[in-house]
Design a protein around this ligand. Structure first.
Ligand SMILES: O=C(O)c1ccccc1NCC(=O)[C@H](O)[C@H](O)COP(=O)(O)O
Length: 215
């Protein structure tokens, strides 16, 4: 039997939405720790949300090009994962993985064949690869923009490389994405919100229902 699809709901900020995502069947919850994000969670609340998630669902803290002290501060809270969502090099990802002592997901922006070619360099240094839309020039943050990318670019990816897919997924397009791209997991933020940073319980439920029905 094929492994079950991993579903990550990213950008959770409240206990109510954490509970809603768990009840709807999420496998992973992403907490943003990046001041410019509308989903930013300050460190004290991050500690409480990670504790609340423990034993129920995997937790993942999203950082953008963090320095060593930020990595240590977040790792000390005991998340299952740290997601690196900035311009970290393979060497830096490897160093953070050694320093943090938690599993590392590396998000990579995809907007061209050259971007797809970069993926191979991260396979050995990260525990998981997340392929996301490349942000447009001038964007104020590198993810969570609700933009999808041309999935056909992934035809050039080595088929032995397992990856999660994100970028502009919604309850309406998630089944098509899964059938087209065959990721082992999916990640969503904007597509389950009623406004930037405001998650919607019904959209989370519809997203997970439609995704599970597609595999
Ligand atoms: O969500 C953010 O605001 C964000 C800011 C900076 C870096 C990463 C960010 N989000 C990371 C995620 O894992 C999102 O789920 C992913 O980019 C997909 O977002 P969306 O297209 O909005 O579903």
């Amino acid at each position: 039997m094929a492994d079950p699809l991993i579903i990550k709901i990213c950008g959770i900020k409240t206990f109510a939405m954490l509970d809603a995502a768990i009840a709807a069947g999420a496998d992973m919850i992403g907490f943003m720790h990046f001041a410019r994000s509308p989903r930013h969670v300050p460190i004290e609340m991050l500690a409480e949300l990670i504790s609340a998630a423990r034993g129920q669902v995997e937790s993942c803290v999203v950082l953008v090009n963090p320095d060593n002290s930020s990595v240590a501060e977040v790792a000390a809270l005991g998340p299952d994962w740290i997601q690196l969502h900035g311009p970290e090099t393979p060497h830096r990802v490897e160093a953070i993985r050694a320093e943090a002592g938690v599993e590392i997901m590396k998000a990579l922006p995809i907007g061209s064949a050259e971007d797809v070619a970069q993926v191979a360099g991260f396979v050995e240094v990260a525990d998981r690869i997340l392929l996301d839309a490349k942000p447009p020039k001038g964007a104020d943050r590198p993810g969570g923009l609700g933009e999808s990318f041309d999935w056909s670019l992934l035809n050039a990816l080595d088929p032995s490389v397992p990856f999660m897919l994100s970028g502009g997924l919604t309850p309406d397009n998630v089944a098509e994405a899964i059938r087209t791209v065959s990721p082992f997991g999916i990640d969503v933020s904007s597509g389950v919100e009623r406004a930037p940073g405001e998650k919607d319980k019904r959209l989370i439920e519809a997203f997970i229902r439609n995704a599970r029905a597609a595999v």
